[in-house]
Every structure is written in C-alpha cells, then in structure tokens.
Design a protein around this ligand. Structure first.
Ligand code: KG4
Ligand code: ZN
Length: 342
C-alpha cells in the first residue's frame, strides 16, 4: 500500500496531501492565498513568497491529519508544471530536499494530468476512460483520456481560460478576485436571456475555445450602459455572460464526447464548481445517455491529493524524476494530436 506525499504550489493554492494506493485520501490540506485580492489577479512574486511561508505548516498538517510521519511515506510527488515558475519552484525545491534527505523516490507531476486523476479519488474511483473538460483559471481543454498517460488533446482555448473570463468579468463589475464563484451566485438571480452576448465557436467543427471576445463584449456593453452595474441590473448582465460561456462549453464538450466515442464525460478544474455548467452539462449528457463524472469542488480546485494520485501511478511504472528536476511554466501533456484535428 504505497503512501504518497503530494505537494502542489503551481498557482495560488499551497497544498499537501497524503494518499494511499493512489485512491484513498488520508489528508488533503489546502491553504488559499488571500494576498492577491487587492490586485485583481495572482501576483506571481507574492504567490511564491506566500508558498515559502505556508508550505512547511501545510505539509506538517497533512502528515498529522494522515496520522503519518515522513518515515511512513514511500515517495514524494510534486507538481513540476505547467504553472507560475516561481511558485512551482517552491514546491519542487522542497520536494527535492525531502527526497534527497530521506532517500525517497521523487515524482514529477503534470498539473493537468493531476486534474484528470482527481476522478481516481472518488468512491469508487473512476476508470481513466472518458472525455474530460478541464476548466479552470489557467486552462480550458477537452482531453480524450484512454488510460493513464494516454491522452489526446481535442481542443483548448486560444486566448483566455474560462475561469479567467469569469474573473475578468467579475473585475469589470467591481467584484474581488477571484470572482468566478460570486458571478455564479449573482447570476442565479438574473435572466440569462437579458442580453445577447457572442458565442465564439471558431471554425466549423473546431473544438477549440475563445473567451476574450465575450469578455470584451461585456466591457463595451458596460461602457455604453454603465447603469447595468447597479445591483438591480447586475444579475441579468452576469447571467447573460454566464449563459454565453456555458453554452459553448457544453456544446463543445458534447461534440468532443461524440467524436471520441466515449460514453463518460468528466468535468474537472475550478470552474467545475459552476452551478449552471454542472446543471447544463448534466442535462445534455443525460439526453445522450452519457455518464457525467464531477468530483466534489475540493477535488476540482487545485489540491495536492490529485498530485499524489498521479504520483502513485508514476511510482508504479518506475517513472521517477531525478534530483536535477526543474519546474516548467509551459509543459505539454503527453498527447497524440494528429494533423487532421488542427
Ligand atoms: O482550478 P482552480 O482552483 O485554479 C486554477 O488552476 O486556475 O480554478 C480557479 C478558477 C478561478 O478562475 C475561479 O474564479 C473559478 O475557478 N471558479 C468559478 C467558480 N468557482 C471557482 N468559476 C465559475 N463559477 C464558479 N462557481
Ligand atoms: Zn488547476
């Protein structure tokens, strides 16, 4: 029963977790950084400094929560990219030090692969055989998952990530960062048909996304009609924005499911917490008798349990990293994207 200590510091969550067998969470401690609120986005230098302050207490809490000590741990898994390089460096340096001092295997984890492995932490664990929509503040991608390490990128955003669009629109209307959850909350009271905002579908048959035009449309609408920001009008504006974003996400996810032939869709990443996206995707999947897998929000947002779950797989196949591991801001998934898809 391998016990993996997972470490995640790729963005603004400092997290450590202990996972047994790649599927059983013994602890999953997440410390979200509040230092970025006043800046309307994550400030990389502040994120790295906050990781330095938080990481040791978070790791101690994770070990304590699991009733384990470093002696019990079989390997240490760390997110090595993609992400903010200064933030990643804190987790990677820490993991390397512990691996060296304790003689433990070091496992380098791809952050998006970790989001896919969040489905392994469900009870019962989902088989890695689905079409995934990975949708977060940094990523929006449709990935055909045929098994561990067998991924095919079917589509991704060509500009803003979906969560980024939510956060930018939240900022336009004066909500604190990150505003995605608050947009969701306010939109529930609004009319999604109040304003006709653009749905960017790109070329016919394309599974790529573009959200920057939608954000700009909201910006121009607010410039021409500043009264829409008033509390009585705001829910209509936000509901209309959310409907435009969710329409395209649901449409392309279902198209990707059909193209991949998968009968199961997994929704992962921070934006998977969005009520409208969950409801609309659930309804669309049900219509086509496709199973929808959505991990609970704590496993959808950045966390170290999903990192440890990948680590367990890497340990099993002997894919250990060396102690000269360096984090990468940009790191492609091991995918097979054929020319006919692009
Ligand atoms: O996965 P995550 O924790 O971090 C990244 O890897 O980016 O995702 C955070 C993103 C933020 O953009 C946040 O605004 C968005 O997820 N988010 C939401 C909701 N809850 C979080 N977006 C829309 N509706 C929500 N309920
Ligand atoms: Zn993430």
């Amino acid at each position: 029963m391998p016990l993996i200590l997972g470490i995640e510091t790729s963005c603004d969550e400092t997290s450590a977790a202990v996972v047994a067998d790649g599927t059983r969470i013994l602890s999953n401690v997440i410390s979200s950084q509040a230092v970025h609120k006043d800046f309307g986005g994550v400030v990389p230098e502040l994120a790295a400094r906050a990781h330095v302050r938080n990481l040791l207490p978070v790791v101690r809490a994770a070990l304590r929560g699991a009733g384990a000590s470093l002696e019990d741990v079989d390997a240490i898994a760390v997110t090595a990219g993609p992400g903010l390089v200064g933030a990643l460096l804190v987790g990677v340096s820490f993991a390397k030090s512990v691996a060296f001092a304790r003689g433990l295997p070091l496992l380098a984890v791809h952050h998006i692969e970790a989001h896919l492995f969040a489905t392994r932490l469900l009870d019962p664990p989902a088989a890695l055989d689905f079409l995934a929509l990975v949708v977060s503040g940094g990523h929006t991608a449709l990935i055909q998952v045929d098994g561990p390490r067998r991924y095919r990128l079917l589509g991704e955003t060509i500009d803003d990530a979906a969560g980024e669009a939510f956060d930018k629109v939240a900022k336009l209307v004066g909500l604190p960062y990150p505003g995605g959850a608050e947009v969701d909350r306010l939109a529930r009271r609004g009319d999604p048909g109040a304003f006709d905002l653009p749905r960017s579908r790109l070329a016919a048959g394309s599974l790529d996304f573009s959200f920057s035009g939608l954000k700009t449309a909201v910006k121009y609408l607010l410039r021409d009609r500043p009264e829409l920001i008033e509390p009585s009008r705001l829910p209509d504006l936000l509901a209309s924005f959310q409907a435009a974003a969710v329409d395209v996400l649901v449409e392309k996810t279902m198209a990707a499911a059909r193209r991949s032939g998968k009968r199961r869709v997994a929704l992962v990443g921070g934006v998977a917490a969005n009520t409208s996206l969950r409801e609309r995707l659930a309804a669309a999947a049900a219509r086509e008798r496709i199973e929808l897998v959505v991990p609970p929000p704590v496993l959808c947002t950045d966390n170290a349990a999903m990192v440890a779950a990948v680590g367990d797989h890497l340990l099993g196949i002997g894919a250990n990293a060396s102690l000269d591991l360096t984090p990468q801001a940009i790191l492609p998934l091991p995918t097979e994207r054929s020319a006919s898809d692009s």
